[in-house]
Write a protein that binds this ligand. Structure first.
Ligand code: NA7
Length: 554
């Protein structure tokens, strides 16, 4: 099949209905699949999407070099047999344009567009206890009533630009990687400043450096990054997956992070130093996040982790010719993996270019911007344009930006003032008939998002069937179940090295954000089992009310 061949796309609607059974916020991979499943139940469902196209993350993050760091054979829907058999990815790790084409293909193939309202940002969602309906308000003031609201709003969807002094005076162009223009940005002949060295910057810097006249990278914290070894998809690899897709997808669902990879069942300190190096070298040569599967205790044993961390530092020292730059790029003071591991194509090599310079802003933070550039450490740097690769208000930022009110007009953002509290990362006590897809307290960002999205959408679909079969109309997480879950999420995180790092997993990148470990680190497979157990025990932990039926909804 040619990937560009799509059925005739239906148009996006413009006139919002007054009421629906299910209102989905977001039309990324979660929103698209939700819409499909809700329709399958015979429910009226719409998705409201702030962007002018579908695709979520892959709609917004169109910076040069944007690429998925999960292999495409795995970062794709597993629930559409024909689609997964027919779709051909061109590279091992797909670039953003191809993933966005895939999202659009899905929207057309499953005729989803007719229920997706674009350019429609949700500003409020209020639950009315008397009618058991949510009143959802858009930024333009339109209102829709819904029995169920599902927040498919993404984990990294509120881009953040730090509040730099004088930023508004800068006369050149500014860009944020998470909100990149739709028109081609030409860097040739331009002096570019890039702030940040997270995943986005690490992908963008090599591509921009190949085009710009000069690039200055402002680094606060260096990151551990593993070469992707990306390349064209071979027919053999494509066939290997497609021949065995059902079994491999099952393995992914049962795995620790939703990715099928070979895992070493030994601890790093259980083998000789020579064997350790041999394993790290093999994993480094193979590339990608499977480096973290080198040994089974890298996330929990500081000594083990240090051997992997030091191995990567040594690779950086080997690649980067200037010793001082190499030392600056070598991450220290935190364990590999405890900040999101990065996957790159020629990132460290880029610092060997004559037109690239690294500036440390850990010890001398950026002081201010002016008309021509910025000042740090007493030096002025002049630019034609500046790129903010400064990340996101992760996991809670987008939800807290919406005025969400549950029972007794309780505000979600107030309830979450000291950190998010959810049951299974799916539901919040006091907010009936509202679900979160990959919400805080679920594996989410620690997993292959596709696997976690599908699991949540399927869970919600099954839950609605359970309700319909029993004439139940309202579902809500119980307070005890939620508190126990929050405790469990914390307990599991505390057993690992993760909470020790100042990461966005911990909310550490946003001034004033509570330091709470946001995702659930118990593992995708274990989490799935917990959810199955909840479902098979009558959705224990959830409370139901009977007074209205799904059949009468809307
Ligand atoms: P990240 O990973 O949050 O990276 C943001 C980067 O910006 C990181 O290096 C930050 O340094 C840096 N930053 C943020 N604020 C500042 C200020 N004020 N001064 C200097 N540097 C700053 O976001 P990405 O977009 O790269 O990646 C997000 C996820 O998207 C990624 O993990 C993948 O899952 C996909 P810090 O580390 O906070 O010191």
């Amino acid at each position: 099949m040619s990937n560009s061949a799509t059925s005739a796309p239906s148009a996006h609607p413009t006139k919002l209905p007054h009421q629906v059974d299910v209102l989905v916020v977001g039309a990324g991979f979660a929103g698209l699949y939700l819409l499909h499943r809700m329709r399958g139940l015979g429910l009226s469902a719409i998705a409201l999407e702030a962007a002018s196209g579908v695709g979520g993350t892959w709609y917004w993050n169109r910076y040069p070099g944007a690429r998925c760091d999960v292999e495409s054979m795995q970062y794709s829907y597993s629930v559409f047999d024909d689609l997964q058999d027919e779709w051909c990815w061109s590279e091992l790790y797909s670039g953003q344009p191809e993933i966005l084409r895939y999202a659009n293909h899905v929207a057309d193939r499953y005729d989803l567009r007719r229920d997706i309202f674009l350019n429609t940002r949700v500003s409020a969602a209020h639950f009315a206890a008397d009618t058991h309906r949510w009143q959802v308000t858009t930024e333009s003031g339109a209102k829709v009533r819904a029995q169920f609201v599902v927040m498919a709003t993404g984990c990294l969807s509120t881009a953040r630009t730090p509040d730099f002094d004088g930023l508004e005076t800068f006369a050149g162009d500014t860009y944020h990687t998470g909100n990149w223009p739709h028109t081609q940005v030409d860097f040739s002949g331009r002096r570019v400043g890039i702030i940040g060295t997270g995943s986005s910057a690490i992908q963008a810097i090599p591509v921009i450096a190949a085009e710009a006249s000069h690039v200055t990278v402002f680094q606060r914290t260096p990151n551990y990054s593993i070469p992707s070894r990306n390349g064209p998809m071979s027919d053999a690899y494509d066939k290997q997956w497609k021949d065995d897709y059902a079994a491999l997808r099952t393995l992914a669902r049962q795995s620790n992070n939703g990715i099928v990879m070979e895992r070493n069942e030994h601890g790093a300190m259980d083998v000789s130093p020579e064997e350790r190096v041999r394993v790290y070298e093999a994993r480094w040569a193979a590339g990608g996040t499977q480096f973290m599967g080198s040994f089974n205790d890298l996330a929990i044993n500081a000594d083990s982790n240090e051997t992997a961390s030091e191995f990567v530092r040594d690779q950086i020292r080997e690649i980067v010719k200037d010793a001082a730059t190499a030392e600056l790029l070598a991450p220290k003071g935190y364990a590999i993996g405890t900040k999101r591991i990065c996957v790159d194509t020629q990132y460290f090599e880029t610092f060997n270019r004559d037109n690239v310079r690294l500036v440390d802003v850990r010890n001398a933070p950026i002081e201010r911007f002016d008309e021509t550039g910025l000042v740090t450490g007493g030096d002025h740097y002049a630019f034609d344009c500046i790129i903010f690769a400064t990340g996101f208000d992760a996991m809670t930022g987008t939800l807290n930006a919406i005025d969400i009110r549950g029972r007794d007009a309780a505000e979600l953002r107030e309830r979450w003032e000291a950190g998010p509290r959810t049951y299974l990362g799916l539901s919040v006590a006091g907010f009936p008939n509202m679900f979160l897809i990959t919400g805080p307290g679920s594996p989410s960002v620690l997993s292959n998002m596709m696997v976690s999205i599908e699991q949540h959408v399927d869970f919600i679909t099954d839950l609605l069937v359970h309700m319909r079969d029993r004439d139940l109309a309202v579902v809500e997480a119980g307070t005890d179940a939620q508190e126990n879950w929050v405790q469990h999420v914390n307990d599991v995180a505390q057993k690992t090295l993760y909470p020790r790092a100042a990461s966005w997993y911990m909310g550490a990148n946003i001034p004033g954000k509570p330091r709470v470990f946001l995702p659930y680190i118990g593992g995708v497979g274990k989490y799935r089992k917990i959810c199955i157990d909840v479902a098979t025990n009558g959705y224990k932990g959830f409370a139901f009310e009977e007074d209205r039926t799904l059949a009468r909804a809307g």
